[in-house]
Design a protein around this ligand. Structure first.
Ligand code: T4K
Length: 597
C-alpha cells in the first residue's frame, strides 16, 4: 500500500507534535511531508528534517500539496478551530490511533482525533472530532465525548460519563460513572470527579467535598457564548416558592400558571393564553387539535422543532423559501406552493423579527388555510403597536434557556379562538376533562408551578431586556454594518424585534473569509457564535430520508451557508460587543483591511 502524505499542523516537537510524529513515522500508512505552524520564526525552516510549509494563519490561501492533515496541538480551542478551518476548505483531517491502543469495535471515534499508546476506548463510547486521548487513558464503556476535548495521560473514567466539548481533564484524574463534565471545564491533575460539573468551571482535588475543592467560574469576559440568560435575583423567587410549598400545589394548572396566563393576556392584549412545558409540545398539539391533514407550508430556515411538529402529526411539511432581507417566510414562494392538499401555514417570526402578518392573513383567508405562528423567539415583538401573539389562529412562544425571558423550560400559546383554546386545554391534559374520559390523543402539556412563578417574575423585566438588546443590536450594526461583505437581518419599518438572535450574514468573497473560517477565528479568541439555522430542515438527514428535501430554496441555501448568530444577551456589556467586533474586523485578510473603524 502506498503511504498517504500527511501534513502535521503544529510543529512543537516538545509537545503533542513530537508524539504524533513518532507515531506516523512508524506507521506504513503515512508519509509525513511537513508542518504548518503559527509561529513566525518557524516559517521556511525545517523541523526534524521536515519543512514548515507555511503559517496556520494562511491555511485558506496556501497552495498545499494533496495530503491529509492532523492537528497536533494540545490547546483545545486552537485545535478545534484549526480542525474546523481545514474541514471547511475541504481538507481531510485524519484520526491517528497508536497500535498499542485498544479501541472496541463498538466504539465510535470522530475525525481528527489522536489515541495514544496504551489507551483503551471501550464498547459503546462515542468520541467527537479533534479529541486528544493521551497515553494510558481509560475511556470506559458508553462514554460520550464532545469535540475538541483533551484527556491528559492516565485519565480514567467509569462507565457512561459525558465529557462535553472543549473540556480538559488533567493527568491521572478519575471521573466516576455517570458523571457529566460540562463544556469548557478544566479538571486539575490528579482530581477525582464524583459529581457532575457545570460548564466553564475549574475543579481540582476531590470534587465531592466542598472543603477540598477549588472551584472558580471563569469570568464572562473570557468566553463569550452566543447567549446567556438574564435572570432576576434569586431572592425574588422566594415568596412564590414559599407559597407553592405551603399550598402543596406544585402542578396541574394551579395559581401561578393561571397568573402567568392572565399576565400574558394583558401584556399582549390577547383573548386567551395557555402555559406549556415547552414550545415543541405546544406546536405538536396545536397542529393536532386544528385537525389538519395533507401538507403544511413551513420555512426550511428554522429550528428543528417547527418541522418536527408537522411530522409528529403525520403531516407533510412543504418547505418555503425566505426573504433574503428579513429572513422570514417569502409570501410569493408560499403562494406558489399552495396545492389542494395544503391545510395550513406554519410561519416563524425568525430571531424575533415579525413575519408579514398582513399578507399571511390575507393568503390564509383566500385559500381557507389555518395559520399558526411559531413565535418561539418573539415574546415582546411588535408589528406597529400590536404585539405578536394576536395574529393567526394561534401563536407559540418559548421560554427555554436561550430565550429573552426564560424560566428554564416553558412556553405560552395565545389565541383568539375560544373553541380552539378549550380543545387545547383538554389536549395538554392528556386529552381528558375532569371525568378522565379522553376525547383526543393529548399529551402531558403541563408547566410546573415553580416554572410559572419564575416566568412571572422574569416577565417583569421583558421591556427592559428588549430595550437593552435593541441597544446591543444598534451597536453591532454601527460597528460592523460598513464592513464590505457583512450585513444583518433587516427589520421592516415600524416592527420591533426582540433580538433573540443577532443574525449576521457573511459574503465570503466581499469579506475575504467565509463564515466557517470566521467562526473558527472567533472561537480561537474565546467567542462562540452559533450557526442558527444551518443545516436548514430540508438538508437534515431526517427530512432527506423522508424525501422531503425541498426544492427551489435558493435563498435558504445561501443564507444558511452565510449566517452566524453573534453573542447577544440582555446584560451584555459594551466591552463585550467591542470585543466581538474587533475579532471580526481582525479576521479579515490583511489585504482587505480598508479604513473602516
Ligand atoms: N421554534 C423555534 C424557531 C425555536 O428556535 C425553538 C427552540 C423551538 C421552536 C422550540 O422551543 P422549545 O421546545 O425549546 O421551547 C437552543 C435552544 O435550546 C432551543 O430552545 C432554541 N430553539 C434553539 C434555537 O437554540 P442550542 O442547542 O443551540 O442551545 P445551547 O445549549 O447550545 O445553548 C447556546 C448557548 O446558550 C450556550 O453556549 C450557553 C448558553 N446557555 C444555554 C442554556 C440552555 C446558557 O447560558 N444557559 C442555558 O440554560 O438550542
Amino acid at each position: 500500500m502506498q503511504p498517504r502524505p500527511l501534513i502535521l499542523v503544529g510543529a512543537g516537537l516538545n509537545g503533542q507534535a513530537g508524539v504524533v510524529l513518532d507515531l506516523v513515522r512508524h506507521d506504513p500508512c503515512w508519509e509525513p511531508i511537513g508542518f504548518l505552524d503559527g509561529r513566525p520564526d518557524l516559517a521556511g525552516t525545517r523541523v526534524d528534517g521536515l519543512p514548515v510549509l507555511g503559517s496556520t494563519d494562511d491555511i485558506e490561501s496556501l497552495e498545499l500539496p494533496d495530503a491529509d492533515f492532523h492537528v497536533s496541538i494540545g490547546d483545545n480551542a486552537a485545535r478545534g478551530a484549526l480542525f474546523h478551518r481545514l474541514e471547511s476548505i475541504g481538507r481531510e483531517v485524519v484520526t491517528l490511533i497508536h497500535p498499542t491502543a485498544i479501541v472496541s469495535e463498538r466504539a465510535t471515534i470522530g475525525r481528527g482525533c489522536y489515541v495514544g499508546p496504551g489507551a483503551i476506548v471501550n464498547a459503546g463510547a462515542i468520541v467527537g472530532n479533534a479529541v486528544l486521548i493521551n497515553s494510558g487513558v481509560i475511556l470506559e464503556h458508553d462514554a460520550r465525548v464532545g469535540d475538541a476535548v483533551h484527556l491528559a495521560p492516565g485519565t480514567a473514567t467509569g462507565g457512561r460519563v459525558t465529557i462535553e466539548q472543549q473540556a480538559f481533564v488533567g493527568i491521572g484524574s478519575v471521573v466516576l460513572p455517570d458523571v457529566t463534565i460540562g463544556e469548557g471545564v478544566f479538571v486539575g491533575a490528579g482530581s477525582t470527579v464524583v459529581r457532575s460539573v457545570e460548564p466553564n468551571v475549574t475543579v481540582m482535588g476531590y470534587a465531592a467535598r466542598k472543603r477540598n475543592i477549588y472551584e472558580a467560574r471563569r469570568p464572562d469576559v473570557d468566553r463569550l457564548q452566543v447567549t446567556r440568560p438574564s435572570l432576576p435575583d434569586h431572592a425574588s423567587f422566594e415568596p412564590a416558592f414559599d407559597q407553592i410549598h405551603a399550598s402543596g400545589m406544585v402542578s396541574n394548572f394551579a395559581h401561578y400558571n393561571r397568573e402567568l396566563e392572565r399576565e400574558i393576556e394583558l401584556r399582549l392584549s390577547v383573548d386567551h393564553a395557555l402555559t406549556f412545558p415547552n414550545a415543541t409540545s405546544a406546536l405538536m398539539l396545536v397542529l393536532r387539535v386544528l385537525g389538519l391533514s395533507g401538507e403544511v407550508l413551513v420555512p426550511s430556515f428554522t429550528f428543528a422543532a417547527t418541522g418536527h411538529a408537522a411530522l409528529w402529526n403525520e403531516l407533510t411539511p412543504i418547505f418555503v423559501d425566505i426573504d433574503p432581507h428579513t429572513l422570514t417566510i417569502d409570501c410569493d414562494d408560499l403562494e406558489r406552493k399552495i396545492t389542494d392538499r395544503t391545510s395550513a401555514i406554519l410561519a416563524v417570526h425568525t430571531f424575533g423579527n415579525p413575519c408579514d402578518t398582513t399578507r399571511l392573513a390575507s393568503i390564509a383567508a383566500r385559500h381557507d388555510l389555518r395559520l399558526v405562528y411559531d413565535a418561539a423567539h418573539a415574546l415582546g415583538s411588535l408589528v406597529g403597536e400590536r404585539a405578536v401573539g394576536s395574529f393567526g389562529d394561534a401563536e407559540i412562544f418559548s421560554l427555554s434557556g436561550t430565550k429573552v425571558v426564560t424560566c428554564g423550560e416553558g412556553a405560552l400559546l395565545t389565541s383568539r379562538d375560544e373553541a380552539l383554546i378549550a380543545e387545547l386545554r383538554r389536549g395538554r391534559n392528556y386529552g381528558a376533562g375532569a371525568d378522565y374520559d379522553c376525547t383526543l390523543l393529548g399529551l402531558n402539556g403541563k408547566m410546573s408551578e415553580y416554572h410559572a412563578a419564575i416566568a412571572l417574575e422574569s416577565l417583569r423585566s421583558l421591556e427592559r431586556f428588549i430595550a437593552a438588546r435593541n441597544e446591543v443590536a444598534l451597536r453591532y450594526r454601527e460597528r460592523l454594518g460598513p464592513i464590505p461583505g457583512l450585513r444583518f437581518q433587516e427589520l421592516p419599518e415600524g416592527h420591533r424585534s426582540t433580538y433573540k438572535d443577532m443574525a449576521l450574514l457573511i459574503d465570503a468573497e466581499a469579506f475575504g473569509v467565509d463564515r466557517d473560517t470566521l467562526l473558527g477565528r472567533l472561537n480561537e479568541r474565546g467567542i462562540y457564535p452559533k450557526r442558527y439555522f444551518d443545516p436548514p430542515l430540508h438538508r437534515m438527514r431526517l427530512y432527506r430520508e423522508r424525501e422531503l428535501a425541498g426544492e427551489g430554496l435558493p435563498v435558504t441555501e445561501r443564507v444558511a451557508s452565510q449566517v452566524l448568530s453573534l453573542p447577544i444577551y440582555s446584560h451584555m456589556e459594551p466591552e463585550a460587543i467591542e470585543r466581538v467586533c474587533d475579532a471580526i474586523r481582525e479576521a479579515r485578510p490583511t489585504a482587505n483591511l480598508v479604513a473602516v473603524r
